[in-house]
Structure formats: structure tokens, C-alpha cells
Design a protein around this ligand. Structure first.
Ligand code: FES
Length: 103
């Protein structure tokens, strides 16, 4: 596996949301309320990119149809919770002052 750096840790701030394409994977790095998440940049509902998602605490809201997802678990919330897959979370790896992903 190879470490792919995404961002320097001091560049993160609450509200940070940036997309990356690494080895064919589309990723979204997010920081909200001091927590950092790395997810596949694709809504499990209809595959829309999530670059313009909005956040409320640990919830991500897809900009297309408004389905909300719990960021820590990735699970869809509300009435569609059992009907669609969840967000795909990835493990963040740290190397020096960089965070990234091992692929
Ligand atoms: S594509 Fe995200 S809620 Fe429909």
C-alpha cells in the first residue's frame, strides 16, 4: 500500500470540504466541529457528487435530494434509512504533518 497525501493538518478548519481524485477514487475530505472525515465523493442515493453538501454537526445533507447521512457511521437518516446504502467512509492515515490515505 502507498501513502497518498491529501492535506497538511494545519490547513484544516471547521467547514473545510475538498474533493480529491486518487488512483481513480473520488474522495471528499471534510472537517466539521473539529472532526475529520474522508468519504467517497458520491451520494449512495443517485451517485451525485457531494462537493456542495451542507453540514450540521455530524450530519451531511446531500444537495440534490436532501437526504441526510450520519458522518461517523455513514448511515442514511430519516425515513430512507433502511432503503439506501450509507456513505463510504475511509480510514485517514497520518504521516508527519500530512493526512492522507493508504491505497
Ligand atoms: S442524489 Fe443525494 S439525495 Fe439523491
Amino acid at each position: 500500500m502507498t501513502f497518498h497525501p491529501l492535506e497538511k493538518m494545519h490547513q484544516l478548519y471547521d467547514g473545510y470540504c475538498k474533493s480529491f481524485s486518487i488512483s481513480g477514487k473520488k474522495l471528499l475530505l471534510i472537517q466539521n466541529e473539529g472532526r475529520t472525515y474522508l468519504i467517497t465523493n458520491r451520494c449512495p442515493h443517485m451517485d451525485a457528487p457531494l462537493d456542495f453538501a451542507t453540514f450540521d454537526g455530524e450530519k451531511l445533507r446531500c444537495p440534490v435530494h436532501g437526504i441526510e447521512f450520519d458522518l461517523p457511521s455513514g448511515k442514511a437518516m430519516g425515513s430512507l434509512a433502511g432503503c439506501i446504502n450509507g456513505l463510504e467512509n475511509h480510514t485517514i492515515t497520518y504521516e508527519g504533518n500530512q493526512l492522507g490515505i493508504l491505497l
